[in-house]
Design a protein around this ligand. Structure first.
Ligand SMILES: [Fe+2]
Length: 204
């Protein structure tokens, strides 16, 4: 069964002014589509491979493009048009279990955002910053993955793409401004739902 590019749950310009229409169009239609196409090609080649050596040779392509598809599919639902622009629910963390857990761990939501941004900005090269639920310790943690590695150690609650293709056309080299702006379009309602599912043991 071939993988397909999921539709965005909002228009390409819906995250403006925080993420431009141009970035969203390229990011979704070109970058994500390429991960989907390359994952399908790698899976087809894997199905035809007849020796262990042939299958081993495909591992890197499966990991990179599979991770790219998984991470971007999550990223689009992690975002929402901003409430500060009167467009949607983006950026609004309502009172509830997630806010309580964040406040308990980091002291305040602002402290959490600062620590998340510092950790994510420190990624060398391309990667992802994560708020993840640790299923062993049952606490929320900030973590990162390199390249397109999906988050396997934790259940992802929020993932932020820190590849240059995610911000460069609008923020140039100023990663910190992109990371500051993105909190205006984080879909906390989706994060709350993922947090509840993670606590109930769902495989997300
Ligand atoms: Fe990306």
């Amino acid at each position: 069964m071939a993988h397909v590019l999921p539709d965005l749950p909002y228009a390409y310009d819906a995250l403006e002014p925080f993420i431009s229409k141009q970035i969203m169009e390229l990011h979704h239609k070109k970058h994500h589509q390429t991960y989907v196409n390359s994952l399908n090609a790698a899976e087809q080649a894997y199905a035809k491979a007849s020796t262990p050596k042939e299958r081993i040779a495909l591992q890197a392509a499966l990991k990179f493009n599979g991770g790219g598809h998984i991470n971007h599919s999550l990223f689009w639902t992690n975002l929402a048009p901003s409430a500060s622009e009167g467009k949607g629910n983006g950026g609004v963390l309502r009172d509830g279990p997630l806010k309580e857990a964040i406040t308990k761990t980091w002291g305040s939501v602002d402290n959490f955002k600062n620590e998340f941004n510092t950790t994510t900005a420190a990624i060398q090269g391309s990667g992802w910053g994560w708020l993840g639920y640790n299923p062993q310790t049952k606490v929320l943690e900030i973590t990162t993955t390199a390249n397109q590695d999906p988050l396997l150690s934790h259940v992802p609650i929020i993932g932020v793409d820190i590849w240059e293709h995610a911000f460069y056309l609008q923020y140039l080299n100023v990663k910190a401004d992109y990371l500051k702006a993105i909190w205006n379009v984080i879909n906390w309602d989706e994060a709350e739902k993922r947090f509840a599912d993670a606590q109930s043991g769902a495989k997300l």
